[in-house]
Write a protein that binds this ligand. Structure first.
Ligand SMILES: N[C@@H](CCC(=O)N[C@@H](CS)C(=O)NCC(=O)O)C(=O)O
Length: 244
């Protein structure tokens, strides 16, 4: 029966310690105070392509959230699911008009299949910032993409490739957020944009050697995340499957 036992079972998060997409969801779970069982999927060993795992996540990616009979296989969808189901510690602004503008921006970009053109849209940044990370930076640094570049272009080409796309995305984010940022990306409250920015900046610094001094707004909000336990408990290095 759909939904049976959902409330009595612990949430399960299929995750990989270094996955920035899973990192977003770990922050959301921590902010909302939700306990979960950590199910490690080793991306380097190809466990994301295991037939049993593909039944949960047909694209073979992490994260996947399982809540009883509910299976959600995309970080953004998971965060929106958590937001609806567990409204405590809201991740979107309460003002419905602001939310509507957020969704308008997000769906417009999705329909066109492109990143959002900053100049053409109402400049409301919550989902716009999340979408720049989710659509225009992270997919270009995915393991499958890097493996392809390594094999087809050359073994030393992956880092410059990732750096180029992180810098391009961060330049857009810097312009977008400089007028909105407060202590955090879109003001003095943590919202969904922060859940996407923190893992991407973390990866930029720790893995891809990006000099964040070029991006003062992003650097400032990243420093503010260092004080938040929900963010710090979610960092890759603290996960049970972390290796290095
Ligand atoms: N849109 C998906 C993207 C998921 C994704 O790209 N996950 C990466 C880790 S951050 C992955 O599992 N990569 C495995 C691979 O490339 O084989 C989401 O936001 O959850």
């Amino acid at each position: 029966m759909a939904g049976s036992g959902e409330e009595s079972k612990k949430l399960q998060l299929y995750s990989y310690w270094r996955s920035s997409c899973a990192f977003r969801v770990r922050i959301a779970l921590n902010l909302k105070g939700l306990e979960y069982e950590y199910k490690a999927v080793n991306l380097l060993k190809g466990e994301q392509r295991d037939p049993e795992y593909l039944k949960l996540n047909p694209l073979g990616y992490v994260p996947t959230l399982v809540n009883g009979d509910a299976v959600i296989a995309d970080s953004f969808a998971i965060i929106m699911y958590l937001e609806e189901k567990y409204p405590q510690r809201a991740l979107l602004p309460q003002d419905l008009q602001k939310r509507a503008i957020n969704y308008q921006n997000y769906s417009f970009a999705q329909v066109l299949g492109i990143g959002i053109h900053l100049a053409n849209l109402p400049c409301f940044p919550f989902l716009q910032a999340a979408n720049i990370v989710a659509a225009n930076i992270q997919p270009l640094q995915n393991l499958a993409v890097l493996k392809y570049i390594q094999e087809k272009v050359g073994p030393n080409e992956t880092t410059p490739w990732v750096q180029t796309h992180i810098r391009k995305g961060f330049e857009a984010l810097e312009k977008l957020l400089k007028d909105y940022a407060g202590k955090y990306a879109t003001g003095d409250e943590v919202y969904v944009a922060d859940l996407f920015l923190a893992p991407q900046i973390h990866a930029a610094i720790k893995r891809f050697e990006i000099d964040m001094n070029q991006f003062p707004t992003l650097l400032r909000v990243y420093e503010a995340y260092q004080e938040l336990p929900a963010f710090q408990d979610a960092v890759p290095e603290k996960q049970p499957d972390a290796t290095g």
